[in-house]
Ligand binder design. Structure first.
Ligand code: PRX
Length: 635
């Protein structure tokens, strides 16, 4: 039987070879043995990276919620599916069994049906990390609606752009959200967003904070009474393998956010299979991923991957610093967490605090530690390994993307020997390639290049919602017959991969992918601003922070600079969200531009990073004199 659970390094190599020699046979076997299908597929895979068109398990019929819920009921009905740990440690944690989750999902699915939501309709979900969020995703999947979760830290402008892009008619939200000692007025943000979204007919509101909010008559309804009245069972809509499951927006280097579309069967198979192996999940383990479900990590590794394996998955509403910096470790002790998956930015923030916060708690339940979202630097890796893992829990540095749906390059704990800062080896079925400037593949070891993938894997995003051309141009045009990731990487002497960072204008701040374009647009809307450019610079907690170069209009010249800085950051908070605020703002008289008018960010990045010894070739600049001036006044 099965290659479903890999336990030894030789087995990894053997299964890996099998998966790349005959991917169709390999994935067919995994799909057949570990999932429930209403109808078997006709074709395992058809693909063409030129079009691009990728289809897995075509012809198959299924519902992902039957795989995540119904099939567990006979054997795991009373097992905890979700542990909910509230923001406030005084509030009791909830343990939701598979049976209860099934019932909750069915009720919510029926409420959606009652509001006219049909298969293929888009549902916007703007909720904090409370159980209703997971339930909402699954309820959409139950009836074949496409969920579009927007991270509840995004601003009203960001929310309205996403609602309109995918034409959502209904929004699920809450009155507010708790984050540490703050309560955030989510409903107010939704109300403001909806001023720009005439297509939204219904807003269903979860009561979380009990705050006094405005309810728009006819449009807004409290969700709980509707759930209470709804029928507790709901027949699953039978979906095609390639029917969209969800849209999730991610930043691009230019333009509006890209609504990545993930489809049903391949996504399910790949997220489940990676979850099982990358976390070495065994039946009674408690698994905790600290990401927000507003990001792909939460979709794949809080909701779908764990539930497809019948796992117990912990959802945490709060923040690592509340009520103090020991909160993560308190939760690990309290729920005896076995697998813990977080972001380097959180590790770096906690590593700055007193070690007592970690040492106070019993972390002996931990077996696997995960890292995701950005490169983990050596210092953070060692801190995590020594103080959290006590050198006893392997760290899996998992590289992947919103677009890839699941983990792509990663150690398998207890199988792959780890090396700090290396994501190590491709996961089963993944065929990475490094490309040089001449678009040729760099073979062999001890080489560096741009990271691509040569062959489709089941959970690759299939398109960008409403813009297939952009999908092709962004991912499949740079290198022939390759998916281009936008990242640089090196392959060392033993074939381990180390991700070196983005090679485009996407900046990863605290693990959040931020495109420069929407932030610059937000700044440029300030009445005193003529033009701006954003770059990243190294930051010891956030990984990267943002540095803005701003040219003022003549009318802005007389304004107080500190006030302007505050206003610019306010503008960004409103348009994008607080995560995109700038750490430094330098007012400049010009920006270094090429003759074709392109801002040379490479130079700005070097100045922001205080790395001006070698600025590289500036001969193509239209205005080379501006470089010295910017350097002289840099912050
Ligand atoms: O640059 C890589 C970085 O995060 C990008 C993808 O961001 P996003 O779509 O938001 O998904 C994040 C969670 C999967 C990648 O292109 N990245 C992600 N994980 C790692 C990483 N960089 C280095 N090491 C990682 N483990």
């Amino acid at each position: 039987m099965s290659n479903y659970h890999i336990k030894h390094l030789e087995e990894y190599y053997q299964v890996y070879r099998k998966s790349v020699r005959n991917p169709e046979a390999f994935w067919e076997e995994i799909a057949e043995e570990h999932f429930v299908w209403r109808k078997r597929w006709d074709t395992v895979l058809s693909w063409d990276f030129k079009k691009p068109e990728i289809k897995w398990f075509e012809g198959a019929k299924l519902n992902i919620t039957e795989n995540c819920l119904d099939r567990h009921l006979p054997t795991r009905g009373e097992k905890t599916a979700i542990i909910f740990e509230p923001n406030n440690p005084e509030e009791e944690a909830l343990h939701i069994t598979y049976r209860q989750l099934h019932e909750r999902v069915c009720r919510m699915a029926n409420v959606l049906l009652d509001h006219g939501v049909k298969k293929g309709d888009r549902v916007c979900i703007y909720l904090p990390m409370i159980p209703e969020l997971s339930v909402a995703l699954l309820a959409c999947a139950r009836i074949g609606a496409i969920h579009s979760v927007v991270f509840a830290g995004f601003s009203s402008h960001a929310l309205s752009t996403r609602i309109n892009d995918s034409d959502c008619k209904i929004v699920l939200t809450s009155d507010g959200s708790f984050r540490g000692n703050k309560a955030i007025d989510l409903k107010g943000i939704v109300d403001k967003a909806l001023e720009a979204c005439p297509g939204v007919a219904n807003v269903l509101v979860v009561n979380r904070t009990g705050s006094d909010i405005h309810m728009e008559p006819t449009r807004d309804k409290w969700l709980q009474p509707l759930l209470d009245e709804a029928y507790a069972d709901c027949v699953a809509e039978i979906m095609d393998a390639e029917d969209p499951l969800f849209i999730l927006y991610t930043s691009g280097s230019t333009g509006t956010p890209k609504g990545m579309v993930h489809t049903t069967a391949g996504y399910m198979v790949y997220t489940a299979y990676t979850f099982k192996n990358v976390f070495q999940y065994t039946e009674n383990d408690v698994y905790w991923c600290t990401a927000d479900i507003g990001w792909i990590t939460g979709h794949s590794y809080i909701v779908y991957g764990p539930l497809a394996n019948g796992a117990t998955t912990l959802m945490f509403e709060g923040v690592p610093s509340y009520p103090d910096f020991g909160r993560f470790w308190e939760v690990v002790e309290k729920h005896k967490v076995n697998q813990f998956y977080t972001a380097p930015t959180a590790i770096r923030a906690l590593a700055k605090e007193n070690l007592e916060y970690v040492e106070k708690y019993d972390l002996s339940s931990l077996k696997v530690l995960g890292s995701v979202g950005e490169p983990i630097n050596e210092e953070a890796w060692h801190w995590y390994n020594n103080n959290v893992g006590k050198k006893n829990s392997p760290i899996v540095d998992t590289w992947w993307q919103t677009e890839t749906g699941g983990i792509m390059i990663t150690p398998i704990p207890y199988v792959t020997p780890t090396t700090p800062t290396y994501a190590t080896l491709p996961f089963i079925g993944i065929q990475p390639a490094l490309m040089d400037e001449n678009a040729k593949e760099v073979k062999g070891n001890q080489v560096e290049g741009r990271l691509c993938v040569k062959f489709p894997w089941p959970s690759i995003a299939r398109t960008i919602w409403g813009n297939h051309d952009r999908y092709r141009d962004t991912y499949f045009s740079a290198y022939e017959n390759m998916y281009f990731t936008g990242d640089g990487a090196l392959r060392d002497a033993v074939g381990y991969y180390r991700i070196t960072g983005r090679v485009d204008d996407v900046i990863i701040v605290s693990g959040h992918n931020l495109g420069t374009a929407p932030i610059e647009d937000a700044i440029n809307e300030h009445p005193a601003v003529a033009e701006s450019a954003i770059v990243g610079f190294p930051h010891d907690v956030k990984g990267n922070a943002l540095y803005g170069y701003v040219i003022l209009k003549e009318t802005g010249e007389s304004r107080d600079r500190d006030n302007l800085r505050k206003e610019i950051n306010q503008q960004i908070t409103e348009h994008v969200g607080p995560i995109a605020k700038l750490d430094k703002i330098q007012f400049v008289n010009g920006l270094p531009k090429t003759r074709s008018g392109k801002i040379m960010r490479r130079i700005l990045r070097k100045i922001a990073s205080n790395d001006t010894s070698n600025l590289g070739d500036t001969s193509t600049l239209l205005n080379p004199e501006i470089v010295q001036e910017i350097m002289d006044n840099s912050l």
